[in-house]
Design a protein around this ligand. Sequence first.
Ligand code: G3P
Length: 219
Amino acid sequence: MKIFLDTANIAKIKELSQTGLIDGITTNPSLLFKEGGDAKKIILEICSILPDGDISVEITKTNPDDVYKQAKEIAALSKNIIVKIPCHADYYKIINKLVIEEVPVNVTLVFTMLQSLMMAKLGVTYISPFVGRLDDLDVDGNVIISEIREMLDNYNFETELLAASIRTVREFHEAILNGADAVTMPVEIFEKSIKHILTNQGIEKFTEDWKKLGIQQFP
Ligand code: G3P
């Protein structure tokens, strides 16, 4: 099960990659806009912080021919880049071509099981259904994750299911139970998910009681 951070913040990526838990990073134009500066430089730095991680980088062009050209250029930046392309019918033939040319593709902005089926048939590396944006519309995003899991398993597709647009620790929890192969989440959700108040309280109590023993050196 892979954990990705949904951010382009270099300081946080450096810090949290030291936990050994981060398998990759997902970026998009909005996340790069949030950081500002030179997007290409940021991407290259992320790729070097996690040389064995999967680093998703989204195309920014819209015309299909330009999307193809840009996807190839993005993929050439680093061996660990996965090119992110929106799940739009205009791009299906481009996605097909890229997969045949062995460019790893993460199809983003996925909202249904049927979109996922089409992309799994094309053989993309990841499909990214947006859980939080479905929840925003009062559609249970994690039900879609479960449906996609069932579909992928029924037909033995190798495409990996990447739960995206995760906004809460609960959505992260449910994505795991529903069989996501990978989950990408904002830094705050990752940080919340690795902390527990009872763990902190337990450490305080053990430390307090140990001090009362008055032992100077142990062991
Ligand atoms: O990974 C997709 C993510 O960046 C979208 O998240 O919160 O903008 O729906 P959000």
